[in-house]
Write a protein that binds this ligand. Structure first.
Ligand SMILES: *[C@@H]1O[C@H](CO)[C@@H](O)[C@H](O)[C@H]1NC(C)=O
Ligand SMILES: CC(=O)N[C@H]1CO[C@H](CO)[C@@H](O)[C@@H]1O
Length: 433
């Protein structure tokens, strides 16, 4: 491995980019966590994907020997899990599990400069405190109204409206200390690269670049109303237990190159790993993709062997997790531009990254432009009055760069490099993940 790092540093050539998408169905929802609670029940319920070994005492050996795999790539016997998603039914006072339709991981890396997860490697990524790096997103396609006109939210992550599909994503850390397979908090042996980019600089303390795992999970259709994770929050975190043979993954990392340095729906490295749902097809729709995974699934997982507690349609979240009710006021919910602007410089919608990582921004839908040079405080009061009269003009949130109206402003907010990439990524996601 040290040789590998040395070679990477010696290489002056800009490394090629690669993205490899793998798809999974859900194995089970159960209150287990083989990383944090190898001896028993974990603090909250998780949804598992991948190797059919979700028992608390799972080890690397057991993952390698697992009889089944919910994933479409044979060599990948890794196990992934995230807090199960619940909907709160206000009328009945009950929490119901919202089953994910399918799950994907995109491994993204600079080819030839990336080290495979060592055998037995595990980590936790995302969650509160990592928002600027893990970039949690909940992307609502075909949004509809809030159910019964009730737009109550308990957190900033889950929308209150219905969606044809809600696609939720986040990034795992991809810099490693080069020594530890795990750490006491399951996080400090890894770190995020600069700006959360797959090819962003790794900190000196964690110099070894791993493939970045972008986690995508989906609910279709999404019912709208109050949703939350099983830990009571709206913070998306995920756990990863590698089941790869490091040597095999290393070959893929060194040899595959397809020019995608983002979650590309049509990047697979199909000449380097074995897709059980081959041939891969760029035009495939989500439901067809799902259909192809169904016959590959292992027998139903016996979650009751781990715990027979009820996890669905329950009066409180299993593990006694109290819901955290703390939504940030949204621009879209404000009646005036002034109120929107007040939010823009405190808390609004999306993290901007860079030194403004904690700030969030929003934009008006009106075809009204702020002056380019951004002397926002000298806005003309007539404009404000006129806008207040036009109630249909509301501000809406957009992605981290989209809300900034010019490249200049985007740069000013320290998000310049995300602009180009966000544009490419959104073109790719227009083709569907
Ligand atoms: C959700 O999935 C679990 C199995 O993981 C299943 O028992 C349950 O019936 C599903 N719920 C719905 C509403 O489909
Ligand atoms: C868990 C899993 O997917 N196992 C498969 C891994 O690949 C071998 C062949 O390479 C299959 O025989 C296993 O069933």
């Amino acid at each position: 491995m040290f040789l590998h790092v040395a070679l990477a540093l010696a290489s002056l050539r800009q490394a090629g980019a690669t993205s490899m998408k793998m798809d999974y169905l859900r194995l089970t929802n159960v209150r287990t966590d083989p990383i944090t609670h190898p001896g028993g029940l974990s603090t909250h319920v998780h949804s598992f994907y991948g190797s059919s070994e979700a028992a608390p005492s799972t080890t690397y050996k057991k993952l390698r020997k697992a009889a089944g795999n919910t994933a479409n790539v044979e060599e990948n016997k890794s196990l992934y899990w995230h807090p199960t998603i619940y909907r709160y039914d206000k009328r009945r006072g009950r929490f119901t599990v919202q089953n994910t339709s399918y799950f994907s991981t995109y491994y993204i890396w600079p080819t030839g400069e990336t080290t495979a997860f060592p055998d037995g490697f595990k980590m936790i990524g995302g969650g509160a405190g990592t928002l600027a790096d893990s970039r949690p997103e909940a992307d609502c396609s075909n949004p509809g109204p809030c159910p019964d006109g009730d737009c109550e939210r308990w957190n900033d992550f889950f929308p209150a409206t219905t969606c044809g599909e809600l696609e939720m994503s986040m990034l795992m850390p991809s810099c490693w200390d080069g020594a530890n397979l795990d750490s006491a908090d399951h996080r400090s042996h890894v770190a995020y690269p600069k700006r959360g980019e797959a090819d962003g600089k790794c900190p000196k303390t964690h110099p070894v670049r791993l493939p970045q795992i972008a986690v995508f999970t989906r609910i279709a259709p999404y019912l709208g109303g109050v949703h939350l994770f099983s830990d009571g929050t709206g913070y998306f975190h995920a756990d990863y237990f590698s089941g790869w043979k490091a040597k095999k993954l290393q070959k893929v990392l060194d040899r595959c190159e397809n020019d995608f340095m983002f979650s590309a729906s049509n990047g697979w490295c199909e000449d380097h790993v074995t897709f059980r749902d081959a041939p891969k097809d760029e035009e495939i729709e989500d439901d067809e993709l799902r259909e192809k995974l169904v016959p590959l699934q292992p027998p139903a997982f016996e979650a009751t062997a781990i715990s027979d507690e009820a996890v669905d349609d329950v009066p409180s979240l299993p593990g006694e997790n109290e819901p955290l009710v703390n939504p940030t006021p949204r621009c879209a919910e404000q009646g005036s531009k002034k109120a929107c602007k007040a939010l823009r410089y405190s808390d609004t919608e999306f993290p901007l990254g860079g030194k403004f990582g904690e700030r969030r921004a929003c934009e008006w839908t009106a075809d009204y432009e702020d002056d380019e040079d951004g002397d926002e405080d000298e806005e003309d009061e007539d404009e404000d009055r006129r806008l207040e009269d036009e109630k249909e003009k509301r501000c809406i949130a957009k992605d981290a760069c989209g809300e900034l109206k010019s490249k200049k402003k985007c740069k000013k907010h320290g998000a310049a490099s995300r602009c180009a990439r966000a544009a490419v990524a959104s073109r790719a996601s227009a083709r569907k993940h």
